[in-house]
Design a protein. Sequence first.
Length: 306
Amino acid sequence: MTDPPYPRVHVVINPASGKDEPILNTLNDVFREYDVAWDISLTHKYGDATNQARAAIASGVDLVVGYGGDGTQHEIANACLRAAAETGRQAPMGILPGGTGNGFAREMGVPKTLREAAVLLCTSTKTRSIDVGRLVSVEQPQAHDRYFIQRLYVGIEPEEQTSRELKEKYGVFAYAINMAERAGTKERHHYRAEVDGDPLEFDGSKIYVINSGMMGTGLQITHTYAIDDGLLDCFVLDPQNLDSIAAAAVRFLDVHTASASRYYRQARSITIAAEPDQPVWADGEHIGRTPVTVDVLPRALTVVVA
């Protein structure tokens, strides 16, 4: 047997993730077979995964891995990126899908089962360098939230988010159920934005800034994005403006019509302000309120892939 590409691995496990499976037994079987030295840490609250992954990187591990959903992967990515910014050393990031949706794992082509994903980490010498979104500024910022790997959105209050109970009951369909239940209750707000220096004003209920558009269902919010093109894709939704809904629908369906480019821009830097101020979310985590400024760091994160 050849030597593993990553001899020392640290796995951060989120025990509250959506899957019920024998995590440690599976990892022990796979890592022992491939002669990988490994250890774990368990999260108890938001922020633990970032802190634990950063400590592992500082200790010199070859690969830091998150077992959990997209929120866990968000934290591991933040640890890798912050370590690189502060010390110049970035350990590659590995993914073990253990959440409800696992959209980022799908984006990276990681196998769906824990065993297959673990074998990938023990055998693959291939990595992919992807873009990340960086939060340049945000009102009331939370610690550990300087970067996002999937998407940032504005306009959903914390109490409107899909609940853990709904996720446990309906799985990936919980997001669609929650969206349908709240479809007729969304308020419009007046937004001011600056997109690569171009000032814009408009009304709407929600703004998306997309780095990765892949969802846990395997569907894509938009087909216009690429996760390594050095650009962020942004668009606005306004339930009282059917034209904006139709434009989002044709992007979702990957229909190439003239309306697909309406209410949509690609940019390297975006500032969003609102009246009144609106909540800001990065990879599903509430990080503060508008105004918020983000930019893109091209191919700044290294991820182990098949």
